[in-house]
Design a protein around this ligand. Structure first.
Ligand SMILES: *Cc1c(COP(=O)(O)O)cnc(C)c1O
Length: 377
């Protein structure tokens, strides 16, 4: 294999038709009215993908811009914001709230498990005076998946706006923005959508726009201001020149997703077989409950160095996986099986390379990991 196989939990491989779409002739997207139609149509397709009738906007910036834009647009000085967290991205929302003058209140959970719904309910019985709440769908550093379908309706019932980071979930996990009452759902181009990094997109509810319009003070940002995007189509005006080639690529990536009927099942099948193979081979999945189907996070066996495993796999087999960061640094290995990477071929080869690397550094397998993977797939 002469090309590196990128099996990290994003960025993922980009399908050829997306790469080629990005090479298309461009125009001046601020002036050309046809581009406004194209942008609108791409947003509409993203809405279908997210199961929402809410407005969708694509912004020029990587996924983190989506998180910051949601917080910048909703937060006013002194606002109480509920940060529901069981992972690094979940907790990180609180930092954006602080930057914009809000007061984050952390509802902390066991980081090896999904957010406990009953505990959240009883917490909200005592205190539900929050302008909005943030929650991560799949918290990628640990691979934990939260029940957004249960969490957001509970919050909404208490009059709390809901912000969901589904960057690493959407496309690999079920996501129903309208049915699940998500005011702002945000995603990015480089995970299950399998386009290159560079774009974030958000669905924004009426309630969320209204909350922005009712602010006492203006939004303290321009680039992170969602309200300036509200009437772009009516006014035929973009706040800044959209990255046209990126958006043409994203449009093709959404087509790919919408054309695949069983995309959630594909991820489920690959992820289940991966977990079964990992566990039967004697390795340990890092979390205990709430496994995401887009990333598998494995504890580094005792006495083994994560960086050496990663380097060995890359140097000898051309497969790139990754470790993690923050409190998980050095403790886990992560295999991404999202979008274009969630295939039997790619994942089985990755598991093969993982076994070779671990064996090279002295770890003994109970069983051949690839055989188990093929038995379970
Ligand atoms: C990837 C990801 C983002 C975007 O962050 P980067 O690390 O800059 O790619 C945001 N949220 C989650 C949950 C992600 O997995």
């Amino acid at each position: 294999m002469n090309k590196t196989l990128i099996m990290t939990p994003g960025p993922t491989s980009v399908r050829e038709n997306v790469r080629l779409a990005r090479a298309k002739e461009t125009t001046n997207p601020d002036i050309d009215e046809k581009f406004y139609e194209f942008y609108k149509e791409t947003c509409h397709k993203l809405g279908i993908f997210l199961n929402t009738n809410n407005e969708v906007r694509i912004l020029s910036g990587e996924g983190i811009l989506g998180l910051e834009a949601a917080c910048a647009s909703l937060t006013e000085r002194g606002d109480r914001v509920l940060i529901i967290e069981n992972g690094i991205f979940g907790e990180g929302f609180g930092d954006f709230v602080k930057i914009y003058g809000g007061e984050p209140f952390y509802f902390r959970n066991n980081r090896k498990r999904k957010v406990d719904i009953e505990e959240l309910k009883s917490f909200l019985e005592k205190d539900s005076n929050f302008k909005y709440a943030t929650i991560v769908h799949c918290d990628t550093p640990s691979g934990v998946l939260n029940d957004i379908d249960k969490i957001c309706p509970i919050l909404k019932e208490k009059g709390i706006l809901t912000v969901v980071d589904s960057v690493a979930g959407m496309g690999g996990e079920e996501l129903q923005v309208d049915n699940w009452k998500i005011d702002i759902a945000l995603g990015a181009s480089q995970k299950c959508l399998s386009a290159p990094p560079g774009l974030t997109f958000l669905s924004i509810s009426e309630d969320a726009f209204q909350s922005m319009e009712n602010r006492k003070n203006p939004i303290a940002s321009f680039y992170c201001n969602l309200l300036v995007w509200k009437d772009y189509y009516k006014n035929k005006w973009f706040p800044y020149t959209p990255p046209i080639s990126d958006i043409i690529g994203l449009d093709k990536a959404v087509d790919n997703l919408l054309n695949e009927k069983n995309i959630i099942e594909r991820h489920d099948k690959i992820a289940s077989a991966t977990r079964a193979a990992i566990v039967s081979a004697g390795l340990k999945i890092h979390i205990e409950e709430g496994y995401s189907n887009t990333v598998t996070v494995i504890d580094v066996p005792h006495g083994i160095n994560d960086k050496k495993i990663i380097k060995y796999m890359l140097d000898n087999y051309g497969v790139m996986i990754t470790g993690s960061f923050g409190y998980l640094e050095g403790r886990v290995l992560r295999i991404g099986h999202m979008g274009e990477n969630a295939t039997v071929e790619k994942v089985s080869y990755t598991l093969f390379a993982l076994q070779k690397a671990l064996e090279h550094y002295g770890y003994t397998f109970y069983k051949d990991i690839v055989s188990i993977f093929f038995e379970r797939i």
